[in-house]
Design a protein around this ligand. Sequence first.
Ligand code: ZN
Length: 441
Amino acid sequence: MLLVGNGPLLSLVPGSPYQNDGAVAISGALIVDVGPTHELKARYPEAEWLDARGMLIMPGMTNTHMHLYSTFARGMALKDPPPGNFIEILQRLWWRLDKALTLEDVYYSALVPLLDCIKSGTTTIVDHHASPHAVQGSLEIIARAAEETGVRTCLSYEVSDRDGEEIMRQGIEENITAIKKYRGKEGLLSATFGLHASLTLSDATLAACREAEADVDSGFHIHVAEGTEDVENALERSGKRVVERLADHGILGPKTIAAHCVHITEREISILKETGTMVVHNPESNMSNAVGCSPVGDLLAAGVPVGLGTDGYTSDMFESLKVANLLRKHASGNPSSGWVEVPAMAFDKNSIILSKFYTHPVGRLEPGAYADIILVNYKSPTPLNADNWFGHLLFGFNGALVDTTIIGGKVLMRGRELLYLDEEAIAAKARELAARLWERF
Ligand SMILES: [Zn+2]
C-alpha cells in the first residue's frame, strides 16, 4: 500500500471537491481511502509514505480526443502553398503525414506525447489514430507505447474511404481486434471504434462499420461537423446534415464520441441529446484550423455531455483549460461565461465519458477509482478553498508545475524526474525518424 498525503487535496468528488489537508491510500491500481493525513497515517501505519510536502494533490488531467500520430508534424515545412481552409489542411498536411507513417514511426510518435502527458500531469487520453500504409498492428504498437510509458490510453483507428476499400477494411479489423483485446478489461488500456468523419465515409462503409460494431457494442469515436466542408458533403450525399446522417446510420449513441460538433443546428443538438451521444470540444485545434467554435453552452444546457480534448494540439490539459475559457468568453461576448462550462467539460464530463471505456472511475479521488494522481508544486499566493479552486487552476497552474505523476498506483515521475523513461534517447530516435518521414512527405 502507498499513502500520498500532507497537502491540500482537490478530490473533484461532487459535493466535497476540496479540503485543506488530505491523503490518499492506494492499493494496487486503485484508491482505497481518502481523508485527513493524520487519520490515514494512523489507519495505515504500514503503508509506504509519499510526502506531498504541501503540494496540491489532485486527480490526473484527462484528454478525451487526442491524436498521438501528429507528433512528427512539429516544425515540418509543407511542400504545397499554405492551406487556405480546413479541407486543404487535411489534404496538404494530415492526409499526407498519416500516409508516410511506418509502424516504427507510429511507436515513436506515440512515445513522445505520452511522455509529455506524464510531465504535464495528463494521466488518461482517448486516442484517434491513422496510418493508412501501416494499419495492421498499429493499435498494438500504440498499446505497447502506452504500457511502456504507463499512461492510461483508449485506442481507436479512424476508418476512412480515402485510401480505398482494402485499407478501409483493415481499419475496421484493427478496431475490432483492439476492442476485443482491451475493452472492459482491468488495466491501462481500453479501445473504441474509430471513424474519420462523415465526409470520407460512404453509406456502404458506415453500414459495414455498424455491422462490425454490433458484435462488440463499443460505440464510435468520430469527427463531427468540424468544418463546413463536412456539412456540405453530408448534404450532397444524403440531403441531411452531419448529425442527422450519422444518426440515420446508427453511429450515434451513449457510447459514441462526436468530436468537435462546430457546425450544428438546434435540431442536431436535440438529436445528440436524444441519442445520448457524447461530444468533445477541442478549443485550440478549432482556433488553429479557423473552423469556428462549438456551441458548447447550448450543448451543455441541452444536457449533452461535452468533454474537453486537444485534438493532438498539446498534451498539457492545463493549457487547454485556459484556451477553452478564453474561447468561451470570446465567442459568447460574455466575460462572465466559462466559469461553469469549462470545469464541467474538463472534469465532470470527461469523467463521465471515460466511465464508458473503463471499469473504474477516472478523474476523481475517491475509494474505488483508479489511483491516477498528480502533485502540483503550487504555492498559492491567495486563499485557496472549495469555492475558488478553479480560478487557481486557470490562472496559476501549468503542466510544468506538476512534480509527481502516479498512474494506476505506479509512480512514473517524482520531483519532475521520469523514473522509467529515457527522454533524451526517445527524442533522439524520434528526431531521426521524423527527418526521414519529412523526406518522404
Ligand atoms: Zn481529431
